[in-house]
Design a protein around this ligand. Structure first.
Ligand code: ZN
Length: 243
């Protein structure tokens, strides 16, 4: 069992503990873990998380799981909005896309996996409710990003795995500005997976952001924001798999 280092943050309020049903993973997006810890405990910053995992695998606890930490912001998943109330938030130290995005070391990933296993077991969190910040706030957030090892968590049975798909490479790609039934079908698949997207048949700014978030999770080799044949096949397969 993980014994976290206690580093209490005043940035929290109350919630109904029985409502906890999601785990949200973040990167810190700051130059050092120490700077992130300081900010997540600064009353003026008004942000926090339940845990922070350092690159060397040390786990800090800032807010008790029974309390509402302030990490998700305006967010949506699986028809639920404002996910701070129902989620446990874990910040994973990484400079992020702004300050030199880099691989998450093995010691850190091992700690994330062990911590996630305990959180998921404690609250009976289902695989499809273990998500990244970019999944629940695609217009605003890129974390934990395409270098995060979701496959490792999936192999441990903690989140939805990437399905194997076959696809026709000659099939057209959908891009921003496209309209019609094919776009509506794409949006339907993304909504079934859990993304907060309306089915309006327009490949609009939100659709583009959601496709990009989807790729950071499930097609990490190419983050194009274009719904190419492979992305569309993966979205269709996952949309059918999740429910
Ligand atoms: Zn975040």
């Amino acid at each position: 069992m993980i014994i976290p280092i206690q580093h209490p943050s005043p940035n929290h309020d109350t919630r109904d503990e029985s409502s906890i049903s999601m785990l949200v993973l973040h990167y810190t997006g700051m130059q050092t873990g120490a700077a992130a810890l300081a900010r997540l405990s600064d009353p003026a910053a008004k942000v926090s998380s339940h845990y922070l995992v350092e690159e060397d695998g040390r786990v800090f606890q800032l807010v008790d799981e029974s309390l509402r930490a302030w990490h998700a912001g305006v967010s949506s998943w699986d028809g639920v909005h404002g996910l701070n109330a129902v989620s446990v938030g874990v910040e994973i130290v990484n400079p992020g896309h702004e300050y030199g995005y880099r691989a998450f070391p093995d010691a850190q990933m091992a700690a994330v996996e062990a911590l996630a296993k305990e959180i998921v077991a404690r609250h009976g969190i289902v695989k499809n409710h273990v998500v990244g910040h970019s999944d629940i706030a695609p217009l605003r957030k890129d974390d934990p990003g395409e270098l995060f090892d979701w496959h490792r968590l999936a192999a441990a049975g903690l989140c939805v795995p990437t399905p194997r798909v076959t696809f026709d490479t000659t099939e057209i790609s959908l891009i921003k500005g496209d309209e019609g039934v094919a776009v509506a079908l794409l949006q339907t698949g993304l909504q079934k997976i859990g993304y907060g997207i309306s089915i309006n048949g327009n490949f609009d700014e939100l659709t583009e952001a959601v496709v990009r978030a989807f790729q950071r999770r499930f097609r990490q080799s190419l983050i194009s924001s274009t719904a190419d044949a492979e992305s569309r096949a993966l979205i269709a397969a996952l949309g059918a798999w999740v429910y």
